[in-house]
Design a protein around this ligand. Structure first.
Ligand code: IPE
Ligand code: MG
Length: 222
């Protein structure tokens, strides 16, 4: 979800107004994914690098996240959506973390769709943590190096149990991945959309899915 700041700047508004408008897109996209029958929706909401933004912006983003969680809790129940989170969640403010944990627990049995929030998330950190956990097991004699394969490696990532994404959408026209799910997107189809995230709504999602449907996925084979 990129381009909230630019969206606000174009309108002469403070950046937090862009984030507020972006939260509306999240609501709409979540419902649209549910309607389309998408089983897993992962949103890159806050990166491990975003902590270096000015404190006021970080604070505004956390406040928005809390508001979103509080307001969305009932809808997640009603729509049978399960919430999960990946990232260095222990870096979140205690209040935010407690709220997040409570909604994850409360929606654990929902099964129509899973919404994964990537919060304080960085793919390199995730991969390093997986490597470290395998190294720890190997050093302790619990694991033979030869037993390490892609499947075992995947199981040590935070996304264990979550299928790899089929489609990756990036808004605001940026042609880069920015440390998002580096391992998991190996075969994802990438759609770059020019619109900033606050302008990305249901119709844009449908267009991206249509684009995805026109692609021929070969997974390296013929
Ligand atoms: C995406 O919008 C939202 C977050 C990173 C939290 P940005 O805040 O990155 O907006 P731009 O890229 O400055 O326009
Ligand atoms: Mg950005």
């Amino acid at each position: 979800m990129d381009g909230n700041g630019r969206w606000a700047k174009e309108r002469g508004l403070p950046r937090r107004e862009g984030h507020r408008a972006g939260a509306e897109s999240v609501r709409e996209i979540m419902e649209a994914c549910k309607e389309l029958g998408v089983e897993y929706l992962t949103l890159f909401a806050f990166s491990s690098e975003n902590w270096s933004r000015p404190a006021a912006e970080v604070h505004a983003l956390m406040a928005l996240l809390e508001r979103f969680l509080r307001e969305k809790a009932k809808d997640l129940d009603r729509q049978d959506v399960r919430l999960l989170a990946i990232g260095q969640l222990d870096r979140l403010p205690a209040k935010t973390r407690t709220l997040l944990d409570s909604i994850i627990a409360r929606t654990a049995s929902h099964s129509s769709m899973t919404m994964v929030l990537a919060l304080s998330y960085g793919a390199r950190e995730e991969i390093v943590a997986a490597a470290r956990s395998l190294a720890t097991d190997t050093a302790a004699g619990r694991l033979l190096p030869e037993a390490i394969d892609a499947e075992l490696f995947s199981s040590r990532l935070q996304t264990t149990g979550i299928p790899d994404p089929d489609l990756l959408i990036r808004t605001s026209g940026e042609m880069r991945i920015s440390n998002f799910l580096l391992w998991q997107i190996s075969y994802a189809e990438i759609v770059i959309v020019k619109k900033n995230w606050p302008d990305f709504r249901e119709g844009d999602l449908f267009e991206a899915v249509e684009e995805y449907q026109r692609r021929h996925r070969r997974f390296g084979a013929l």
